[in-house]
Design a protein around this ligand. Structure first.
Ligand SMILES: [Fe+2]
Length: 347
């Protein structure tokens, strides 16, 4: 993944000089001439570093700095505030606004690059540390539920295998790997009494559970390495007919990678022991997937391809508690005519 620097400079000549200098160093450079443009680019491009002049036509650089840092997705993004006047109060205001560095004079190219490299190195280190902390967090969430085992690790591995069998791109496979590990990290906000409740959830409890995709997206948003997985984390409980959550997306609005992850996630959950039910045999789990496809929740073609993959001997993948499949049942499932007797209560 390339390193992107956003230069916010109202002077096109000066912005062009920065672009030339930084592009020469191998950085991807995007340029904004106003504060509003900078805020929009931060939202769409998620730069790794922002070089921000304080004098802009529409708002002061300090205000831009504050607004960029107020977005959780940019919390770890270093901002260099380059001020026209170098007094102590300007430097203090820059730090208060969240800037990582303050330039009160025009630096030489060598000085500028050296300070910029240092900040980017620090950001890479923080990203790596934060990712390993989040991984520990995700694992600790699984450990809270004695029935969940290594659900996320299996979902990650199996989503990648399913994605490979579909010929997905390397970027998509990486998004599946990451999302498999982190898709349920938002469950950190769910009380243990709800997570391990044996019976059905009441309305308020369901509402709390349904917040976990958004909480998960917010937790992972600041890390660039997790960025491609954010849509999968947010949307892994959407349904094709629009009845899912949190955004009620439907049809093509739900990316292919999300549909792949959903099928693997549901199948693994069904074949694992949970506090509210025992694991199902694989044939029954596949029937539930077909049933949900018939209801318009899951992608039916993908369910068929997944069934072929998990029942095939060479390409079979390990699920929560896989049991042997009778060949007659496999044939029945592959024909897409499952018995309608099971439905998913909770995943
Ligand atoms: Fe989930």
């Amino acid at each position: 993944m390339g390193v992107t620097v956003l230069v916010v400079d109202a002077d096109p000549r000066s912005a062009g000089d920065w672009k030339s200098l930084l592009s020469h160093q191998g950085y991807d450079v995007v340029v904004a001439g106003t504060g509003e443009e900078a805020l929009a680019l931060c939202n769409s491009q998620r730069p790794d570093l922002v070089l921000l002049y304080d004098v802009l036509p529409d708002m002061h650089g300090l205000e831009v700095c504050r607004r960029i840092k107020s977005d959780p997705g940019n919390r770890l993004t270093p901002i260099i505030l380059h001020a026209a006047a170098a007094d102590f109060s300007n430097a203090m205001s820059a730090i208060d606004a969240g800037a990582a560095d303050f330039w009160g004079h025009a630096p030489t190219p060598w000085e500028a690059l050296s300070r910029l490299h240092s900040l980017l190195q620090l950001k890479t280190y923080i990203d790596e540390q934060a990712e390993s902390v989040l991984l520990s967090l995700a694992q600790s969430i699984e450990a809270r539920d004695p029935f969940d085992g290594s659900h996320c690790t299996r979902v990650s591995n199996n989503a990648v295998r399913f994605g490979k069998s579909l010929g997905l791109s390397r970027n998509d496979l990486e998004a599946l790997r990451v999302a498999g590990l982190f898709h349920d990290i938002g469950k950190i906000g769910i009380p243990e009494s709800i997570l391990s409740k044996a019976g059905p959830l009441d309305r308020d409890e369901s509402k709390i559970v349904m917040e976990h995709p958004i909480v998960g997206e917010q937790i992972c948003a600041p890390l660039k390495s997790l960025r491609h997985a954010l849509p999968l984390i947010r949307h892994h409980h959407e349904r094709l007919d629009g009845s899912g959550y949190p955004d009620g997306l439907s049809g093509e609005q739900i990316p292919l990678t999300v549909r792949v992850l959903q099928i693997v996630d549901i199948c693994d959950a069904l074949t694992s022991d949970r506090s509210y039910r025992q694991n199902m045999p694989l044939p029954s789990a596949l029937m539930v997937l077909y049933e949900e496809a018939d209801r318009g929740w899951l992608d039916g073609d993908l369910v068929s391809q997944f069934a072929s993959l998990v029942v095939g001997s060479a390409g079979s993948i390990t699920l929560g508690s896989r049991r042997a499949l009778a060949s007659a049942e496999i044939a029945k499932l592959s024909a897409g005519n499952p018995a309608r007797r099971l439905s998913r209560s909770r995943v």
